[in-house]
Design a protein around this ligand. Structure first.
Ligand SMILES: *Cc1c(COP(=O)(O)O)cnc(C)c1O
Length: 307
């Protein structure tokens, strides 16, 4: 169960958590016409709380809306301000931030027409998405029989509500078979990403991740590029197949929710030594130092706030 906070930002106002409600004929509820973000705030060792890459998330959010043709009546600055106001109002030192804009009630035809766009921002305390043990020891992954959408089907660069039916199908399939997460391939059979995370493999000290064709342009993925090259590793964007993961030295997922999660098994094949490898551990440690404000080189990724 989600850990409730006091207020949710709803169309410009902070309203009590239980009163943030919509009508059942909300367009998005029927057709998935909405876009969202997942952002995290971290409390640093010195007690300062900051949001990780807030502006980058809000820029992507407005781009997702643009792809869907959804009119969001706020600019990046207003959205960033609203996130900080919501964190402050809820006195949340760290946690997860979920902005969502969606086609509201009005017509129920497929064309969203003049239905108003509604916007909410919810924040709550949320620890490790796949569990603390997953961050430490890695997870067991299975390739899903559901592939990522064709590049001209649902638009992979939009973090859109409707796109997530594809992720839910894959996640349910592998969870019910006892695995932690699903690997999804693109329609050509190449590795794409997981249900809400990008993937990296490591071989001979070189990191590899699929190009931005069928996958979401992850902000954590981008952070891994910077962190890994600062640590002296080469990072390549290149298509690869699932058997390259089977035979990789290391593999890990990146995402706001999952952070840097090592993959210890894929399709019942042990990856490398079957635990978090040295490169994964180094990237993960540097990522947490950056997010918690312990790495001055990445200070511009953080937006501090008080509460
Ligand atoms: C959100 C998301 C990711 C991870 O992106 P981050 O910006 O790192 O959180 C990866 N894949 C999909 C499909 C996503 O929705």
């Amino acid at each position: 169960m989600i850990e409730k906070t006091e207020f949710i930002w709803f169309d410009g106002k902070l309203v009590p958590w239980d009163q943030a409600q919509v009508h059942v004929l909300t367009h998005c509820l029927h057709y998935g016409t909405g876009v969202f973000e997942g952002i995290r705030a971290y409390r640093g060792a010195n007690g300062t709380s900051s949001v990780f890459r807030l502006r980058d998330h809000m820029k992507r959010y407005l781009n997702s809306a643009k792809i869907l043709g959804l009119r969001v009546p706020y600019d990046v600055d207003e959205l960033c301000r609203a996130v900080l106001d919501t964190l402050t109002a809820n006195k949340l030192a760290e946690g997860y931030i979920r902005p969502l804009s969606f086609a509201g009630e009005g017509g129920v035809g497929v064309y969203p027409g003049d239905n108003p766009t509604r916007t909410i921002i919810a924040v709550w305390n949320w620890g490790a998405y796949l569990g603390a043990e997953a961050l430490e020891n890695g997870i067991r992954v299975k390739t899903s029989s559901f592939c990522r959408s064709h590049v001209n089907a649902t638009m992979s660069k939009a973090k859109a509500c409707g796109n997530y039916v594809n992720s839910v199908l894959a996640k349910m399939e592998v969870r019910e078979d006892g695995y932690d997460e699903a690997l999804m391939l693109d329609v050509n059979g190449f590795v794409a990403e997981a249900t809400g995370e990008n993937i990296f493999i490591v071989r001979n000290g070189v990191l590899k991740t699929p190009p931005l064709t069928a996958v979401l342009d992850g902000i954590t993925r981008d952070a891994v590029f910077a962190i890994a090259s600062d640590l002296g590793y080469a990072v390549r964007e290149q298509a690869f197949t699932r058997d390259e993961i089977y035979t990789a030295d290391e593999a890990f997922f990146s995402g706001t929710a999952a952070e840097i999660t090592p993959i210890r098994e894929l399709d019942n094949r042990v990856i490398g030594e079957g635990k978090a490898g040295p490169v994964t551990k180094a990237v993960q440690a540097a990522f947490f130092r950056a997010a918690r404000g312990d790495a001055p080189a990445y200070a511009d990724w953080l937006t501090p706030y008080t509460f």
